[in-house]
Ligand binder design. Structure first.
Ligand code: COA
Length: 326
């Protein structure tokens, strides 16, 4: 019996267009210095007008499949984590399946905002461990630029577009050692896009409305993120029976360098063991963890046998972690 799932390949895609802090200085009342000091972000990628979440997902997915040495026909589960699906339905996972010419296996989206990829990875791991799938394609893909109010300086400087993917395959050896998922819906008003199409509210309003875009109480989100991620680090290490010093790489959600540094401190990890892409990508929500993972893998930083701690925190609130022997 298969005991584990393990990462067989990773992939990533970032749209060509880059928006720098200097560009944002021309759009809202902000400065490169303010953005960099408070968040660590230098630039982010923005999807072209004719580029959609499934386009980003497809590029990342094709690279992950190619690097895994498998063919699209070997994939028997497709999960896409996204907060910005192109349609109400079909799911982005079904749209992606069509692009990849995969027919029959289960395909569905996961909506857990910035924790979406860790949620999707955990679900795929369980499918594989129970023998329901052998080669799962797990994607985090976002076009957050479409749900941002570009006149709101408190949010528009933070986010970017992109996609990351992994192929998770059945394996006799680890692999994913454990995953941990949590949510607490009572904080829904701290980080939200209040309106959805099914609310019907767009029909009685005219024109643009702030409720169609990301709204955030940044200070409170920051505090909750630092506290919650600190707790989940303890929970994860204990469940895997590992010590802080056993972790080779922290692969965190890339929202803010100060949140990342706080988690690294909790783990006593030197910053050169923390994968950081927030400066280049901004916060790409569900895409951020697989983008960071792929960056470190393709640079040769993460090597076979390394122990990785993935963690994320996002709207909901949701949070989660995965401990992986790469
Ligand atoms: N440029 C310049 N000034 C800005 C600004 C910008 N882009 N955005 C906000 N400000 C101003 C505020 O208006 C405020 O001005 P005031 O003191 O005159 O009222 C001041 O900067 C401080 O704002 P504050 O919100 O207290 O700053 P902060 O230190 O908390 O940093 C965030 C703001 C958003 C960077 C920070 O709260 C954060 O990162 N929060 C977590 C966000 C996050 O991770 N979200 C996703 C979770 S998945």
């Amino acid at each position: 019996m298969t005991q584990y799932s393990s990462i067989a390949g990773t992939g990533a895609y970032l749209p060509e267009k880059i928006l720098t802090n200097a560009d944002l200085e021309k759009m809202v009342d902000t400065t490169d210095q303010w953005i960099f000091e408070r968040t660590g972000i230098r630039k982010r990628h923005i999807a072209a007008d004719d580029e959609f979440t499934v386009d980003l997902a497809e590029q990342a997915a094709r690279e992950a499949i190619e690097r895994s040495g498998l063919a699209t026909g070997d994939i028997d589960l497709v999960i896409v984590a996204t907060t910005t699906p192109d349609r109400v339905f079909p799911s982005t996972a079904c749209l992606l399946q069509k692009r990849l010419d995969i027919h029959g296996p289960a395909a569905f989206d996961v909506q857990a905002v910035c924790s979406g990829f860790v949620y999707a990875l955990s679900i795929a791991d369980k499918f594989i461990k129970t023998g329901s799938a052998r080669h799962a394609l797990v994607v985090g893909a976002e076009t957050l630029s479409r749900i941002i109010d570009w006149s709101d300086r408190s949010t528009c400087v933070l986010f970017g577009d992109g996609a990351g993917a992994v192929v998770l395959s059945a394996s006799e050896s680890p692999g994913i050692l454990s995953t941990h998922l949590h949510a607490d819906g009572q904080y829904d008003d701290l980080l939200t896009v209040p309106d959805g199409i099914a609310s019907g509210r767009h029909k009685i309003k005219s024109g643009q409305d702030a409720n169609m875009y990301i709204q955030m109480k940044g200070n409170e989100v920051f505090r909750m993120a630092v506290m919650t991620l600190g707790r989940i680090v303890d929970e994860t290490l204990e469940a895997a029976n590992l010590d802080k010093s056993d972790i080779d790489w922290l692969v965190p959600h890339q929202a803010n360098i100060r949140i990342i540094n706080a988690t690294a401190k909790k783990l006593n990890m030197p910053l050169d063991r923390v994968v950081t892409t927030v400066d280049q990508h901004g916060n790409t929500s569900a895409a951020s963890v697989p983008l960071a993972l792929h960056a470190a893998v393709s640079e040769g930083a993460i090597k076979k046998g390394d122990t990785l701690l993935l963690e994320a925190f996002g709207g909901g609130f949701t949070w989660g972690s995965a401990i992986i022997r790469y």
